[in-house]
Design a protein around this ligand. Sequence first.
Ligand code: SF4
Length: 404
Amino acid sequence: MLSETQVQQGNSLDVLGERNLFCCSLDRRSFLKCAVASGAALGLSEAAHPAAGIPSQAGQQKQDDSQFTVEAKFYQKLQNRKIKCKLCPRECTVGDRERGYCGVRENRGGTYYTLVHSRVCAAHVDPVEKKPLFHYLPGSLAFSLATAGCNVNCKFCQNWDISQSRPEQIPADYVPPQRVVELAKQYGCPTIAYTYSEPVIFSEFLMDVADAGHQAGLRSVVVSNGYMQEEALKAAYGKMDAVKIDLKAFSESYYSKVVTGQLKPVLDSLVTLKKMGKWTEIVYLVVPTLNDSDSEFRGLAQWVKTNLGVDVPLHFTQFHPEYLLKNMPVTPVPTLERAKAIADAEGLHYVYIGNVPGHPAQNTYCPQCKSLLVERVGFTASQMLIRKDSCPFCHHPIPGVWHT
Ligand code: SF4
């Protein structure tokens, strides 16, 4: 278990105990080893901890899931007890006693339910830089949580153990919104982050936690694929204080083959977030040979400039072999530097390189006088010079959420 001091130096604190996922760092064997261990959940009250009710593995034990089952918000009732889900662009049509593609929403007698409200399978205290959000309260901590499930199936997913699982297949704790708020405060986090799997599919829980958090003076941020319908996006992410969108590529063919999704709805979500005035940062995971051409980088940068403006941070991050792309190499640093050079040349002001510790492109520089403003070492902001939302040297405004 890590100390708070270690957390502030850039690591993560696993709040639910060692049986939970260590934020992207476990392989499948290690994850399952942790997942079947039944250790007590740090920070959760005895009454709330549902160890007795949670099966260690799917199908081995009948689970009472009533405490996690809440009527879904975004769906339409059809004839013959069918429903159409309106949460994400898949628009699953779901018959009675069936689930949609994401596996966490179920039709019971013509009413659609989420099965993952308050069903937390991972909770950690992370530096906000780990999301990554670079223009949002540098050096602060985010109480980060996830449920099972996802509405796409990225072949490179680092958290596939939880994102591609049904709720019954992984251990979870009952952590209702008010308890999330208490834990965030207990661990000194000004922000609650919805992350690791895909928050789109636990929107109802996210909305309730965000409301409880705001009432207690805590902010909320989401790390999402943005593959969501507009009405749901406005309702759920309208409650967020910042958003990070994983833009997986800039081609429909990649989204179809590697993500099992579509690019267009994600671009639409980014434009909607811009219109909503949400602070948004974009991460683009560069996978060698699959989404790393000059033309794709240039097309992406031009689209961002035209549709979102030059001040949206764009993070080009390094791919590491995972899940179904274990045969691919790590992204060479020169490829990331080429992507940044192209985006810089197109006029974007804040282009970062991620997952390469110590690279100077992890820092924030003033786009006008080029002074170093935020220095980052790993996931830690070691120096923060922005004052009054501006460069202290030339007074150029630096967009972001810089102060609590
Ligand atoms: S959220 Fe799930 S059930 Fe709803 S449309 Fe998307 S994949 Fe289907």
